[in-house]
Design a binder for this molecule. Structure first.
Ligand code: RB5
Length: 149
């Protein structure tokens, strides 16, 4: 299951992404926000990242104005690898090298077509594993050290 969330700056792009997910029959839960009224992005990042961190959701998509606030917030959660992407290359690498389990985008940066394309690339790319898995293991080890501190 995929979970998705946004703030007011990401709402329009989220509608386009939801349409794509429906077309692709991807099982999805939308944690809001549900309009263009001003809200606080950490509230929505926390809902999506908590679901991914706990394993309740396999992956997530987060969208704010720039994508920056959502990335900062989501990456506080253990086992979350939230990647802010800007183009087709970073969308592909987010999966292939980083095995990002949350894709983050900026609703005020991208067009709806760009955002949909980046989600498709991220969904359709395989994690390369190997040396990249070693690097992810090092991130997990850092998290563990911080948790035990
Ligand atoms: C909201 O105005 C804006 O700050 C937010 O959407 C996001 O860009 C934060 O990183």
């Amino acid at each position: 299951m995929l979970v998705i969330g946004c703030d007011h700056g990401g709402y329009e792009l989220k509608l386009a992404i939801l349409e794509l997910l429906r077309e692709r029959a991807v099982e999805c839960t939308d944690f809001g926000t549900d309009g263009s009224d001003s809200v606080d992005y950490p509230d929505f990042a926390a809902k999506v990242a908590a679901a991914v961190s706990s394993g309740d959701a396999e992956s997530g998509v987060l969208i704010c104005g720039t994508g920056i606030g959502m990335s900062i917030s989501a990456n506080k959660f253990p086992d979350v690898r939230a990647a802010l992407v800007h183009d087709e290359f970073t969308a592909k690498m987010a999966r292939e090298h980083n095995n990002a389990n949350i894709l983050v985008m900026g609703g005020r940066v991208l067009t709806p077509d760009q955002g949909k394309k980046f989600v498709e690339i991220w969904l359709d790319t395989e994690f390369a594993g190997g040396r990249h898995q070693n690097r992810l293991d090092k991130i997990t080890a850092i998290e563990q050290q911080i948790i035990e501190r």
